[in-house]
Design a binder for this molecule. Structure first.
Ligand SMILES: O=P(O)(O)OC[C@H]1O[C@H](O)[C@H](O)[C@@H](O)[C@@H]1O
Length: 548
């Protein structure tokens, strides 16, 4: 925060403005101002962001930008790109943007250029991916690799899993599988579909200590070596990590390791070697197009004025909804089945980054911080939880993500229907339906006066429910990279407005520590009565079932 007084003044201006203004009637706002869409939307090439269905006006945006200035959002952004250690608790730079920059870009940490190292790994990934994809790299028995299993969790799973799912039309490499959960069912169900001689495992872990990943990697190694012998690991296991010594201890040779750096946060790591499974699936050229898309968003975020800056505006509106309007969650609804893992990906990106109650200086946050993020693809979500979005007592801003074109030209009718649904939902949330309209409709359906009057209140939609729509031409690797880059920087902007460090994740530690302590208790029962009454009895219940 640059200046507490300026911040207080900026927040007070927004709160006062919000309170003094009558609830905005969105139908009317559009009727009065035919140019509302032009004022509250912007494009970056084929990507369009429409936030005109949110209850903001020019003064709101102006005041929000003033707040961003008081919080020093632009200076923070510049510090991030400059490689300054903005992740203060871990004393680390935050430079995932360097991973998608061209080789001649200027990125350094502590005065040391990082670009050469990045492109060295990228080139090694490319060579390896080409060897596997062409069949030149063979398994222990001389057969080509048909299946890849990425073993990782959190950022070492969600990014590549989401991206490979999104880019199915570009798959021309081996099939990709993802095992993340320590639940043995995840590994067992995956291995049941595979043959060791044609399977390659990628152990993806930034730290190479994550218990789930290490447990799964050992199980996979046993499965492989039981069938093909110990020496098979060399041809069937590669690792992606920043902890090269730990990878060596696991028994993966140096030439099979793709490194990255501590200035890449786990949830920002799909652009690094953590994306190896993506590259194997869609090929190096498409992977680079994915990087280029994110880079285009980086350049835009870096250079566009706030009023024309997509991540800035998305972040400001998000903050407005969360802090001033008090909305506790937001739904992200991709009208794109292949983005079905996007909500889960964004949950980690957003909630692990901004789910914090302490500011960068260690003091309590002065406002609410990150919202709950959730979602499902449309149209499926419509038949599940949209009831609450339209008529529930909570207001939940919705983010619709659409592609103007689909990848199935023969199924254009499906795509039209999909898009019509997405647009209609946004329209319905905004317009709502008045009591008189509900009554009229009931009469038109042939109801008696009494029945119509009884049913009309149930068929009223309050409307004025905010939504944001993002539309791109087609979900290409470039477009996907750009979209994810947009969300990353939006999270950055909101985190900067909250005054928190978006790049650490201490909140996941306590549970890990307790799990480590509980494991022997669960196994032996020893010390069970030293736990709290609930935990002790739950342990006993499980042990009783195991012993029965
Ligand atoms: O890549 P790893 O070191 O195995 O970490 C995997 C994940 O585990 C942790 O619990 C963190 O909360 C995540 O940010 C991280 O992505």
């Amino acid at each position: 925060m640059k200046d507490l007084e300026a911040w207080r003044a900026a927040i007070a201006a927004l709160e006062d403005y919000h309170q003094a203004r009558p609830e905005m009637d969105m139908r009317q706002a559009f009727a009065i101002d035919r140019n509302r869409f032009d004022s509250f939307s912007l494009s970056l090439d084929d990507l369009l962001l429409d936030y005109s269905k949110c209850a903001v006006d020019e003064a709101t945006i102006e005041k929000l930008i003033r707040l961003a200035d008081a919080m020093g959002v632009r200076e923070m952004r510049d510090a991030m790109f400059a490689g300054e250690p903005i992740n203060t608790t871990e004393k680390r730079a935050v430079l995932h943007t360097a991973l998608r920059a061209p080789a001649d870009a200027d990125f350094a940490v502590g005065g040391e250029d990082v670009m050469a190292g990045i492109h060295d790994v990228l080139d090694r990934m490319t060579t390896f991916a080409e060897r596997v994809r062409s069949g030149e790299h063979r398994g222990q028995t001389g057969q080509p690799i048909t299946d890849i299993v990425n073993i990782g969790i959190g950022g070492s799973d969600l990014g590549p899993a989401m991206v490979t799912g999104a880019l199915i039309p570009y798959h021309d490499g081996p099939r990709c599988h993802f095992v993340s959960n320590v639940d043995g069912a995840d590994m067992a169900d995956t291995l049941a579909r595979l043959t060791p001689a044609t399977t390659l495992f990628i152990v993806a872990s930034k730290t190479f200590t994550t218990i789930e990943t290490m447990t799964n990697a050992k199980t996979a190694r046993d499965w492989l070596t039981d069938m093909l012998g110990r020496e098979a690991t060399g041809r069937h296991f590669v690792a992606v990590s920043t902890a090269l010594d730990k990878v060596a201890d696991f028994g993966i040779a140096e030439e099979n390791v793709f490194g990255f750096w501590d200035w890449v946060g786990g949830r920002y790591s799909v652009w690094s070697a953590i994306g190896l499974s993506v590259m194997l699936a869609v090929g190096p050229k498409n992977f680079r197009a994915f990087l280029d898309g994110a880079h285009a968003m980086d350049e835009h975020f870096r250079h566009a004025e706030p009023r024309q800056n997509m991540p800035m505006l998305l972040g400001l509106i998000g903050w407005w909804h969360r802090v001033i309007c008090g909305y506790t969650s937001r739904a992200v609804i991709p009208y794109e089945q292949r983005l079905s893992r996007l909500p889960a990906y964004l949950q980690q990106l957003d909630m692990e980054s901004n789910g914090k109650a302490v500011k960068r200086n260690g003091r309590p946050a002065l406002t609410e911080t990150g919202p709950v993020v959730w979602g499902e693809p449309g149209t499926n979500g419509q038949h599940a939880f949209f009831q609450l979005l339209h008529q529930g007592t909570d207001i939940i801003p919705v983010e619709f993500i659409l592609s103007a074109r689909g990848h199935e030209p023969d199924l254009e009718a499906h795509h039209e229907l999909l898009l019509a649904n997405g647009l209609a939902q946004a329209e319905a949330l905004m317009r709502g339906r008045t009591f008189d309209e509900a009554l009229e409709q009931a009469y038109a359906a042939g109801m008696t006066e009494e029945h119509a009057a009884a049913v009309a209140p149930h068929r009223v939609f309050p409307g004025d429910r905010p939504s944001i729509t993002l539309i791109q031409d087609l979900l290409t690797p470039f477009a996907l990279g750009r979209l994810i880059g947009l969300y990353e920087h939006r999270v950055f902007v909101e985190g900067a407005l909250f005054g928190i460090n978006s790049f650490d994740q201490w909140g996941v530690e306590l549970g890990k520590e307790l799990a480590t302590a509980l494991l022997p208790v669960l196994r032996t029962g020893e010390g069970v009565d030293e736990r709290d009454g609930s935990t002790a009895n739950l342990v006993k219940r499980i042990r009783a079932a195991a012993e029965a």
